[in-house]
Write a protein that binds this ligand. Structure first.
Ligand code: FAD
Length: 494
């Protein structure tokens, strides 16, 4: 098949595929027109249009066998390739203000990472590297958007309840053509906006759970799949002035249920292999390549937040105050440190036996951990700078359009740094990003998307060369005099 660099309208047309999306009890018939999703769908469509535009196509894609493909499908063989991929991640993040965690370049990077380390799969039972490679080729050629659900639902936690009608997703039947899966998986961020879902298990499974140890890919619109989304912030957004970000960058999160869904073998990547089903994320570059994208996205978001911080101080006439400059300086230092750390992931790349290169594993996990542990504090510091500003504003932007109240507003809500209408737009934008319910979801996302805090620390524990650290202490210990000789010396002095 010929490769297609997808356009925004191709992408939107593909979403009109009869997928079963539930918003509460309502079955959404068309996510591209429903008020809960349509603007965000357009924001993703814009990513496809921008990356294919004359201004960006060279940087956002690569050519192979005479065809062009999105840069996130590039299997990196050099530092330059890693920079090309990074540029694409940064561009997508900028076009979506760092608010789309699972943009099309996220899961694609996982799949690329998995295929970069074939040794993990070779010679093992219950794993199909060729299926994985073919699948990557399939989505690359069609420029598809894939989300992932790699966790079991809370309802499946111990004690075991074998009688449950909808357990954690598992294989319930298999034949020569494929498997039948049934049950529940979480948490499909951007599932509503994706073409396909990668379903797997990132958490360890134990003996006896072999039928849950399955990894496969499936179109969202497959018969038997239902997508239950959380509350839509886009639906409750007032308009693009009062809710600039939440009205159009609400990527959504969803639980997906599978009612005896058929998966053909060519879309099954692991089955019954407990180790590889999990190791395919961590013992290949999948997890680090996917989260490298997340690091760049975070940086974009951080820069925007620092813009809000600076503008808040400026419009409020506070910029010359030393304590305010100190707050801004601390934020600026953190931003620069994180940018340096992410760039160093590429400069200190690592080479695999397969010849592919990946970003520096340890520096990526350090960045991931820092971002997860510090986002809430950054958001809090900048909210503090906003003071009571968000609550001084009238209820909504309708006041601006009314002659009488609009004039009152112009007269009473200005500041020495800005006219009232500019302040209105800025403060609304800032609160939407940092203080609204949409903003709280962002805070929770940054804390959890890469795993819970204790797991994040474990990644870093495992990556540190502790033996080197121990060796340096031992060298000092060995160079020190023995305790006995010190005692003798002290006695001698007495
Ligand atoms: C907004 C958002 C988007 C997400 N998107 C995706 C996605 O696209 N795909 C996907 O597959 N997953 C996604 N996730 C899921 C994410 O990976 C999980 O939230 C994360 O792994 C934590 O699991 P949990 O939410 O079940 O928390 P729980 O496991 O229920 O933990 C709850 C709390 O208890 C703590 N805790 C639990 N066990 C321990 C322990 N042993 N020791 C110490 N503390 C413990 C946790 O740290 C946490 O604070 C998303 C999560 C969020 C919040």
């Amino acid at each position: 098949m010929e490769a297609t660099m997808r356009t925004g309208s191709n992408y939107l047309a593909a979403l009109r595929d009869g997928r079963q999306v539930y918003l509460g009890s309502k079955l959404v018939s068309n996510v591209t027109t429903d008020p809960a999703f349509s603007n965000t769908a357009k924001s993703f469509a814009r990513v496809y249009d921008l990356k294919g535009s004359a201004d960006h196509i060279d940087d956002m894609s690569f050519s192979e066998d005479g065809q062009r493909y999105s840069a996130w499908f590039l299997m990196p063989k050099s530092k330059e390739d890693l920079f090309k991929r990074a540029h694409a991640h940064q561009s997508v993040a900028q076009w979506t203000h760092g608010l789309m965690g699972r943009s099309p370049d996220h899961v694609a990077s996982y799949l690329v990472g998995m295929c970069m380390q074939p040794e993990l799969f070779e010679g093992k039972n219950g794993v199909w590297l060729s299926h994985l490679k073919n699948y990557l080729d399939y989505i690359k050629k069609r420029d598809l958007f894939v989300c992932y659900l790699v966790l079991s639902p809370h309802s499946s936690r111990p004690p075991a309840r074998p009688e449950k009608e909808y357990p954690s997703l598992r294989v319930v039947a298999e034949d020569s053509e494929g498997i039948t899966v049934h049950g529940v998986k979480t948490l499909g961020t951007a599932a509503v906006f994706s073409d396909e879902a990668l379903v797997g298990c990132m958490m360890p499974l134990g003996a006896g759970q072999e039928n849950e140890a399955v990894t496969f890919a499936v179109p969202i619109a497959t018969a038997g799949i239902k997508v239950f989304v959380r509350k839509s912030y886009e639906a409750q957004a007032q308009n693009k002035v009062d809710s600039y970000f939440s009205s159009q960058f609400d990527e959504s999160d969803a639980v997906m249920t599978f009612d005896h869904v058929r998966i053909p073998w060519e879309r099954v990547f692991t089955y019954k292999n407990l180790e590889v089903t999990r190791d395919m994320y961590y013992k290949t570059p999948a997890h680090i390549m996917g989260n490298h994208q997340a690091n760049w996205r975070f940086l974009t978001k951080f820069k925007l937040i620092n813009g809000i911080a600076y503008e808040s101080a400026k419009l409020g006439g506070l910029l010359s105050l030393p304590p305010i400059q100190q707050t801004l300086g601390t934020l600026a230092a953190a931003e620069a440190a994180i940018e340096g750390l992410i760039s160093s992931q590429i400069h200190n790349f690592e080479t695999l036996p397969s010849g592919y290169v990946h970003i520096n594993r340890r520096y990526m996990y350090a960045t991931l951990s820092w971002c997860a542990n510090n986002y809430y504090q950054i958001a809090e510091d900048v909210r503090t700078l906003l003071g009571s500003g968000p609550f001084l504003l009238p209820a909504d932007a309708s006041i601006l359009n009314d002659g009488e109240t609009g004039s009152m507003f112009d007269l009473c809500w200005d500041s020495p740094g800005a006219d009232a209408r500019l302040r209105y737009k800025f403060v609304r934008l800032a609160w939407d990003f940092l203080g609204s319910e949409f903003a709280s979801r962002q805070t929770q996302y940054e804390r959890f998307y890469g795993g819970p805090p204790h797991v994040m620390s474990l990644y870093n524990f495992l990556q540190c060369p502790w033996q080197e650290r121990e060796a340096s202490i031992n060298t000092i210990l060995e160079s020190m005099e023995s305790v006995e000789s010190t005692e003798k010396e002290e006695m001698h002095h007495e």
